[in-house]
Design a protein around this ligand. Structure first.
Ligand code: KQY
Length: 369
């Protein structure tokens, strides 16, 4: 039986959030079905989620959580390599609603269940209500029989944090200091909460993430830890692109910082694709619903290759059909990860929903062998 741990924190108990590049037991996802976020009854998005799940399942276990309504359809669409479990949800962003897993030196695994408010609650949240999503982390821990810490008040999404597994966390000020998350807390109090619940000693604060990212600029769309001391950074050489000052500020900040162990940070630039804009046809395929962020024709999507997933022995990378930069991203990541296969997946249908491959996946560390 799994347990809710009271009156303690992962740090006090000797737990830390591992780097994504450390060995996994598996990966968790949620099946997309909201017709006010995913076009054409979510069918094209479901196809893309199947491709992602099947690609990851070649390297580690994958569990797809699905509402009762879609259970049969998802079970039919996915191969027997993917476990399908019924779970109520409000949408399909497992990175943000799933538990953050932490481990100790003995290889015991626990979960952290943050408060979820759909990326901004009543201030600038992306849909309403979100109560089913807010219960997903606990349910995953129950299924896995993993004890967990539950934060009553502290709002955070898994996509707004990265860990190097070695004492360092990285976040963006744009997201974590936004009035829609924890407005009653100072930056120092937020940092101390991260230290306690991620088991880290130092927090790196990038000013921003990706231009027009509807999550208030999650860190997982602009950088990705590839190893301790090594980051991939979304980049552009085009000084007129609104992304340029954001990526440049991140580059300058990281170039002048050290991590918790005093290392300088090696930065690999991942050039963003050419603009990804919602077409008229794509926009018209989405149901307009009051209270859900609309998907309007011409809206620029926060497309970035940094939103990849590191699986055991593989990197699952979003592609956008870009003649130049898709190939460059594959080349760069193949050099950064010489011992992993880089698997590209055409992910336009996922970015149209507001995120990408990292946002729809959540790794569970292997723990004790
Ligand atoms: O982590 C993410 N990128 C989630 C975005 C949610 C978008 C809802 N339209």
């Amino acid at each position: 039986m799994s347990n809710r741990i009271k009156n303690s924190t992962p740090k006090k108990d000797g737990y830390r959030m591992p780097g994504e590049f450390e060995e996994h037991k598996g990966c968790w996802m949620v099946w997309p079905e909201r017709t006010d976020n995913w076009r054409l009854g979510a069918k094209p998005a479901q196809k893309a989620f199947v491709e992602v799940a099947e690609a990851i399942a070649k390297y580690e276990e994958v569990t797809m959580c699905v509402s009762d309504r879609q259970y049969e359809a998802a079970r039919e669409a996915l191969s027997s390599n993917v476990r399908v479990v019924e779970m109520s949800n409000d949408d399909s962003w497992m990175r943000d609603i799933g538990p953050t897993f932490v481990v100790n030196d003995a290889g015991d695994v626990r979960g952290v269940d943050w408060r979820f408010n759909a990326w901004g609650g009543l201030v600038d949240g992306l849909y309403f209500p979100w109560d089913k999503d807010d219960k997903v982390a606990r349910k995953v821990c129950e299924i896995e029989n993993v004890d967990y810490y539950s934060l009553e008040e502290f709002v955070l999404e898994g996509g707004s944090i990265h860990s190097d597994g070695d004492g360092t966390a990285i976040v963006t000020e744009a997201c974590l200091l936004d009035e829609s998350r924890n407005p009653h807390m100072s930056k120092e109090e937020i940092e101390n909460t991260l230290k306690e619940y991620m088991g880290v000693e130092k927090v790196l604060w990038l000013p921003n993430g990706i231009y027009l990212d509807e999550t208030n600029e999650h860190v997982d769309n602009i950088v990705h830890y590839c190893a301790p001391g090594v980051l991939a950074l979304a980049w552009t050489e085009d000084e007129k692109d609104p992304q340029y000052p954001l990526s440049k500020a991140a580059f300058d900040y990281l170039s002048n910082e050290t991590d918790a162990k005093g290392r300088k940070i090696t930065i690999h630039k991942l050039h963003i694709p050419n603009e990804v804009l919602i077409t008229k046809e794509e926009s018209e395929g989405v149901d307009a619903v009051d209270g859900t962020l609309p998907r309007n024709e011409g809206d620029r999507q926060a497309a970035s290759y940094a939103n990849f997933y590191i699986a055991n022995k593989a990197v699952i990378l979003p592609l956008f059909g870009d003649d130049i930069y898709d190939k460059k991203a594959i080349e760069t990541l193949s050099e950064v990860f010489p011992n992993r296969e880089v698997v590209g997946i055409y992910a336009r249908e996922i970015i149209l929903g507001g995120g990408n491959i990292h946002c729809i996946t959540q790794q569970q560390p292997l723990g004790k062998k």
